[in-house]
Structure formats: structure tokens, C-alpha cells
Design a protein around this ligand. Structure first.
Ligand code: ACO
Length: 327
């Protein structure tokens, strides 16, 4: 029997209607549209209403993904949701979505690896499918980062937005995930933090709002790490798949900063037309960036059946991940 691969059979995404523009941020902190666009490439981002949580956005995206396939929620074997902004510590977001979908036969768990989350979840899904353990897996990246953002800290508040993207993977002997690569640098974890139970005076002192749950980041350290790992993780996963950068039709990278993407494009030696970018509209939505960008690239006809696509992400932990998919 040929090896089984996780094949994409349907995708969907959800973005809140509410838009937070650079002009809005100029009213909130000492910043300017010119600075934000030049240093990040972001023009606006979406913000969920106060009564909308990660599980709501994940559910809307998942429902759309299912509607784009001929499978029913009861057919799902597993739901994996990547998020660093769950509604609650327990139940996890995957169980909340399982209940709303009526996916009564699915196991459900969350994955926490910040912006790398969707790739981590996809990697796990691919393993379950490759061994024949499960046949149909729903993978979602969903984030309510606005709840974790310190809107008094200009170093971070211009970067983040909310949203969710979902894909259904099914076992296939032909196309699908060709290789994945995930990694971690826990020593660098101190560069990107948000506290839950832990009391830590030093962490508290860094936060303008003095709210320990808000996200604090050493931006320039994470920026250096991001360019380095985006390039390395792309080359590593291509090597695993026995491919070269010339075989790639499209790279869908995590959307953290246009300068990270531009820096990586140069070092990868790939035409910038082959790198999908939507950061100007949504900013950094952590684990939701890659699935939303992949959906948009497919919708816009930039990714077609038969294409070779690389997904690559990096973020809190610090973590990174990449995947090559034959569409
Ligand atoms: N408006 C105006 N000035 C600002 C702003 C702002 N919004 N933010 C920072 N500045 C200032 C700083 O205060 C600093 O001023 P100083 O020199 O007087 O101290 C100056 O701009 C330069 O600051 P740097 O931090 O050196 O700016 P940098 O070029 O590194 O850009 C940024 C900052 C955009 C945060 C960048 O470092 C970045 O994108 N880092 C990577 C983020 C990332 O990849 N995150 C991914 C993971 S997120 C997750 O996992 C949830």
C-alpha cells in the first residue's frame, strides 16, 4: 500500500467586521500611519466584538470549511485547534467547537505554540492520517489576540488582530502533505511572553498596562529569529520532501512583519510573486494567519490544484514550523 498523506479537501475562514486602522491607533498611542506601514507593512487589522471569543471564530471558520466539502461533522475523527488565546483554560476550544458542530465522533484537543500553532496542528494531523489511525481531521488556527494586546504599548499594539482559518484534511494516496518540520528554542522564549497564573515582578515591570496577561515582546530579537528560522525551516522541509526552492509554486508565510517576509524572500532566492502576503489587511493573527492566507490564495486563484505550496511559521515559545503540500 502507498503511504497515506493528509490532503486538503476544504477550507474556510472568519474575520470580524470591526476594523482597527492605523489612524485609529494614532488616537490611542504615540505612533503614526507612516511608521507602522514602513516598519511593519500593516494598514489595518480586525477586532472581535466583546461578546465574540476564539471558540466562536473557530466555529464559524470550521463550519465554512465543512460546507466546502461533502463530509458531515459526524464523519470527523479528530479536531485540533491551535490557539494561544483560548476562551477558558478548560474546556478547551476544540471541545467547544466539537459540541457546536455536532462532531460527536471526533476526539478534540488544543495545541499551544503561538504563531506556529497551525503548522504544529497540521503536523499532528498528518501523523494520525499517515499511520491510518484517523481518516478525517479538522485543523483550525483561531485567535482573539486583541484580548491579549496592551493597547497602551505602542511596541506591540500596532501588530495584532483577530481571526480564524480552518481546513479539513482527509487520507489520500496521491496528493497532500509531503513533509513537515517543527522545532523549538525554549531559551529564546523569554522574548515573547504572556502570563497566566505565574507571578513575576520582572515581567510585570515590562508591561505598560500592568496587566500580566498582556503580550510583551522584545521585537528586534524576535525579528532576527524570525528571518533566520523562516529561511532555515523552508530549506529544511524542502530537503525532507526531496524538492528545491525552484519546485515551489507558492510560499504562504506567517504574517508578522513585511520586513521579515522581504528579508526571507531575498535569502531564499525566490520571486516575491511566489510569496503570498495579506498582512496589510489583518496584521499578525498568530495561528490564524497561515490558514486564512492559504484560503485567500486559493480563492484568488494564486494556488491551484497540483501546485507545490510551502507553509512556514514562527513565534512564541520560541517555535517554528514548515510544511510542503501538493495541492
Ligand atoms: N510607533 C512609533 N514608534 C514606535 C512604535 C510605534 N508603533 N513602536 C516602536 N517604536 C519605536 C521604539 O520605541 C523605538 O524607539 P527608540 O529608538 O526611541 O527606543 C524605535 O521605534 C525602534 O524600535 P525597534 O523595536 O528597534 O523597531 P523595529 O524595527 O525592531 O520594529 C517591530 C519593531 C515592528 C515590533 C519588529 O521588531 C517586529 O516586527 N518584530 C517581530 C515580531 C514578530 O515576528 N512576532 C511574531 C511572533 S508574535 C506571536 O507569537 C503572538
Amino acid at each position: 500500500m502507498m503511504a497515506l498523506k493528509a490532503k486538503i479537501v476544504g477550507g474556510g475562514y472568519y474575520l470580524p467586521d470591526r476594523v482597527l486602522t492605523n489612524a485609529d491607533l494614532e488616537q490611542m498611542v504615540d505612533t503614526s500611519d507612516e511608521w507602522i506601514v514602513r516598519r511593519t507593512g500593516i494598514k489595518e487589522r480586525r477586532i472581535a466584538d466583546n461578546d465574540v471569543y476564539t471558540s466562536d471564530m473557530a466555529f464559524y471558520a470550521a463550519r465554512k470549511a465543512i460546507d466546502n466539502t461533502n463530509i458531515n461533522p459526524e464523519d470527523l475523527d479528530l479536531i485540533i485547534i491551535a490557539t494561544c488565546t483560548p476562551d477558558m483554560y478548560t474546556p478547551n476550544v476544540s471541545c467547544m467547537v466539537q459540541a457546536r458542530l455536532g462532531a460527536v465522533n471526533a476526539a478534540a484537543f488544543d495545541i499551544s505554540s503561538a504563531c506556529t500553532g497551525f503548522i504544529s496542528a497540521l503536523t499532528v494531523a498528518n501523523q494520525f492520517i499517515a499511520t491510518g489511525y484517523y481518516k478525517k481531521v479538522l485543523v483550525v488556527g483561531a485567535e482573539n489576540l486583541s484580548r491579549m494586546t496592551d493597547y497602551k504599548d505602542r511596541n506591540t499594539c500596532v501588530l495584532f488582530g483577530d481571526g480564524a482559518g480552518a481546513f479539513i484534511f482527509e487520507a489520500s494516496e496521491d496528493e497532500g502533505v509531503l513533509a513537515t518540520e517543527i522545532g523549538a528554542d525554549g531559551v529564546g522564549g523569554k522574548n515573547l511572553t504572556s502570563l497566566a497564573f505565574r507571578d513575576d515582578e520582572a515581567e510585570m515591570a515590562k508591561r505598560v498596562s500592568k496587566n500580566k496577561q498582556t503580550l510583551w515582546m522584545d521585537g528586534s530579537e524576535v525579528l532576527k529569529f524570525a528571518v533566520r528560522t523562516m529561511v532555515q525551516a523552508t530549506f529544511d522541509v524542502l530537503e525532507k520532501a526531496g524538492l528545491s526552492i525552484d519546485d515551489v509554486d507558492m510560499i504562504v508565510p506567517h504574517q508578522a512583519n513585511i520586513r521579515i517576509i522581504d528579508g526571507a524572500v531575498k535569502r531564499l532566492g525566490i520571486d516575491s510573486e511566489k510569496v503570498f502576503v495579506n498582512i496589510e489587511k489583518y496584521g499578525n493573527m498568530s495561528s490564524a494567519c497561515i490558514p486564512i492566507a492559504l484560503c485567500e490564495a486559493i480563492e484568488q486563484g494564486k494556488i491551484k490544484k497540483g501546485d507545490t505550496v510551502v507553509l512556514v511559521g514562527f513565534g512564541g515559545g520560541l517555535t517554528w514550523g514548515s510544511a510542503v503540500i501538493k495541492m
